[in-house]
Design a protein around this ligand. Structure first.
Ligand code: ADP
Ligand code: MG
Length: 722
């Protein structure tokens, strides 16, 4: 009568929900239906107010406080028409999750009735009690209050719920002293810095008054779906997001039969339903497919401005979770829910550009001749080489450690893949002016009726952490659970520094009388000479690469605790300070929180391992052992010579499990270090190995214990039944 047996019965009996789709509606109609977007604002706001808000959104002008009342009133009317009863400031604390504080629109008035109120100052500023969010020491010396502030550049939206809707307002979240307690504040700051220096480069190239340059982000989200009945029967999945036990299934992903396979009907139903919800919220869901592992899938929305993409990405994750529940499934965003099976990442596709010029990372047909592109591209190469450690730190977490460097995701060594054509151009530049670009190749398929297909000069290399893919760079190290804001802050900031450097060099050369083309040429040659070591077009999974990388002086920061100290080096702190993204205190707080989250994550896993090992797995194994012992007794009584092999076979791992549990119990009792670093090191050095030992014994038992006694849904059941 185990939870597992019950789950299997429930899965069999499952009836999918009635479709919410109606044949008459079109995606075009519902797109952005619940968003307070430009069209709605233009319709509902006085012209001067609309213009003022647009100046903030499009050109980064400071928000005029006088317009807030008008916007608040229009927003309230619109939201009430959409069935909203409450409004919420939505913010992104350093837990990596989304937080929201809800308030009712309705306030009682003297005569005992209630009126809908929403003033400009309520829209602009909120004040949640922030004492329960991680702050890394930023608030120790101050009061616990935190403030939320309206981010005008990310549109407000109405979130539907069968019991009443809520107007959601994206906000920053800061301490009383204005220090960032969230992911959005630094994203906006870094965006501003990057734009400013990119515009200097554009001016040098003759664009006298360039439109605001912003960064774009297109996140590709990988995730797993498992039947919810199984999910609920696995305390580890439920509480830590990953399985802490589980023997490898007889059939894994070795047949490659899932990747890009036909999407199972139930999953397709879920995808359609999520995409419909995303569309209403103005999130441009675009691509969907099966991923490498069984039960694994991907969604890639169209790229958007970094800040909006980050908000949308968070909203996408919460939408996926709730729609999955409705479809009887659980959506797992953990980087490694199943050991021995591919993990999940969140590729961050990055580019920069503006309304007039589009993407500044488009090489054109003749990149060797496209000096402006080459300067932006060289700036990326320099930034990634110089600040590889910061990029690595931006994706460091206990959960992502399971994935990076495990030959399924890029190695922890940060390098750049340029593809054939660009690599060749930069090799020429290292020697002097580049004079040619290799042709785009073409594929001759050998069937007369098929067209000759051009090949992408950007090519593909799945093993590179930072790859040029034709009109953008794809940062592949971020984990599936992470907010994209973290990596985007780092990319924006290191790009700001690189572009600042390039602009300063070029401006000085031109002022000194050097001809502009010559100045560009020597800048490019110098950058590729100094930073070319980071360019690697080979196989990042090969054993030779770490050796080669070491020769090139590239760091290999394998785990979170190797990477996090990169945040508090003097050069890192000065960099972030110089571009006003983080002051030194904020950097320290991020470092502390990184350590805290690491120790907390592993602490929870360790306690779960202990509990499940002792109360779920050991009793099952002992029952099996007892049956065998009774069997031996019965055989002996019947005068049949018993075979003791099976009993010894199960007894050995039981003994191992008992002693491993004892070690883990001691390790857990031993962990009360003074500092966040001490706690984190204890987690790495004492808890992780103790958990592995428990798991090894438990997984060995799973392969021996009678199936009807085994209490936990198996990998096979979770991965292959959808
Ligand atoms: P692939 O699997 O080939 O990497 P996908 O189609 O899965 O490609 O995802 C590519 C992602 O890159 C999408 O989110 C897409 O919108 C985004 N993207 C495309 N062009 C750009 C660009 N110029 N800047 C940023 N992101 C981009
Ligand atoms: Mg991809």
């Amino acid at each position: 009568n185990s939870a597992r047996r019950q789950a299997i019965r429930d899965v069999r009996a499952y009836v999918p929900p009635a479709p919410s789709y109606t044949a008459t509606e079109t995606p075009g109609e519902i797109f952005g239906e619940n968003v307070f977007n430009k069209v709605v604002m233009q319709k509902r706001l006085p012209k001067s107010v609309y213009k003022s808000v647009m100046a903030t959104i499009e050109n980064g002008a400071r928000l005029d406080p006088l317009v807030a009342d008008a916007v608040a009133s229009a927003m309230k009317d619109w939201a009430l028409e959409k069935g909203a009863t409450h409004y919420a400031h939505v913010f992104y604390p350093l837990t990596g999750l989304t937080a929201e504080k809800h308030d009712s629109f309705f306030e009682p008035v003297g005569d005992g009735t209630a009126l809908a109120e929403f003033a400009g100052k309520t829209l602009v500023q909120g004040e949640p009690d922030a004492s329960s969010f991680p702050n890394g020491g930023l608030r120790n010396t101050f009061e616990a209050r935190g403030y939320t502030g309206w981010d005008v550049t990310s549109p407000a939206y109405v979130l539907e719920n069968p019991n009443g809707n809520t107007l959601c307002i994206p906000t920053v979240f800061v301490s009383m002293t204005g220090e960032a307690l969230d992911h959005k504040t630094p994203l906006l700051r870094s965006q501003q810095a990057m734009g400013e220096h990119a515009e200097r480069i554009l001016r040098l190239f003759g664009h006298t008054d360039p439109a605001r340059v912003v960064s774009f982000c297109g996140p590709e989200q990988e995730y797993f779906l498992v039947d919810r009945h199984f999910f609920l029967a696995r305390p580890d999945l439920l509480n830590s997001g990953r399985t802490l036990f589980g023997a490898k299934p007889p059939k894994g992903q070795e047949f490659d039969d899932h990747y890009f396979g036909a999407i199972p009907e139930r999953v397709l139903g879920f995808m359609m339903d999520t995409e419909r919800e995303l569309f209403k919220l103005g999130i441009p869901a675009k691509t969907r497919h099966n991923e490498v592992a069984p039960g694994q899938f991907e969604i890639a929305p169209m790229f958007e401005r970094g800040n909006i993409a980050a908000d949308h990405q968070q909203l996408l994750m919460t939408t996926f979770k709730s729609v999955a529940k409705k479809h009887g499934m659980a959506c797992l965003f953990h980087e490694k829910p199943f050991q021995g099976v591919n993990g999940s990442g969140k590729h961050v596709n990055f580019s920069l550009g503006n309304n007039e010029l589009g993407s500044l990372l488009v090489p054109g047909d003749n990149p060797h001749d496209n000096a402006q592109f080459l300067v932006f591209c060289a700036a990326v190469i320099r930034a990634v080489h110089k600040y590889a450690g910061l990029l690595r730190a931006s994706v460091a977490s206990a959960t992502n450690d399971h994935r990076l460097g495990a030959n399924e995701a890029p190695p922890a060594i940060i390098s750049i893949f340029l593809g054939d054509q660009l690599a060749d151009v930069f090799e020429q530049i290292a020697q002097g002016p580049a004079t040619s670009s290799k042709d785009k190749g073409s594929m001759v398929i050998g069937v007369d009726t098929l067209p000759v297909l051009p090949t992408d000069p950007g090519d593909r290399n799945r093993t590179s952490p930072f790859a040029f893919t034709g009109n953008r760079f794809e940062f592949r190290a971020p984990g599936s659970m992470q907010t994209v804001a973290g990596p985007m802050v780092t990319i924006n900031t290191i790009m700001a520094e690189s572009l600042d450097y390039a602009a300063t060099e070029l401006e000085a050369a031109v002022a000194g009388g050097t001809d502009f083309d010559t100045a560009v040429q020597s800048l490019l040659t110098q950058i590729i000479t100094d930073h070319g070591a980071v360019v690697f077009n080979g196989d990042g999974y090969s054993d030779a690469w770490p050796i080669e990388a070491e020769k090139r002086g590239l760091a290999n920061l394998r785990t979170t605790l190797d990477a996090l100290p990169e945040l508090i080096t003097e050069s890192a702190m000065d960099l972030f300070d110089k571009y006003r993204v983080f002051n030194h205190r904020e950097m320290h707080s991020r470092y502390e929180i990184g350590l805290e989250q690491y120790a907390l994550t592993i602490g929870v896993e360790a306690r779960l391992t202990l509990e499940m090992g002792a109360t779920v797995i050991l009793p099952a194994a002992v029952r099996h052992q007892t049956e065998l012992a009774i069997n031996i007794g019965a055989l002996t009584a019947a005068g049949v010579e018993p075979d003791h092999a099976a009993l010894s076979e199960v007894s050995a791992p039981i003994t191992k499990l008992r002693s491993a549990l004892a070690v883990l119990r001691d390790a857990l009792a031993g962990g009360s270090e003074e500092t966040a670093l001490g706690e984190a090191e204890h987690a790495r050095d004492a808890l992780l190995p103790a958990m592995s030992a428990v798991r090894a014994a438990a997984d060995a038992l799973e392969e021996i214990v009678a199936d009807d006694l085994w209490p936990l849904p198996t990998y096979q059941e979770m991965l292959f039944i959808l």
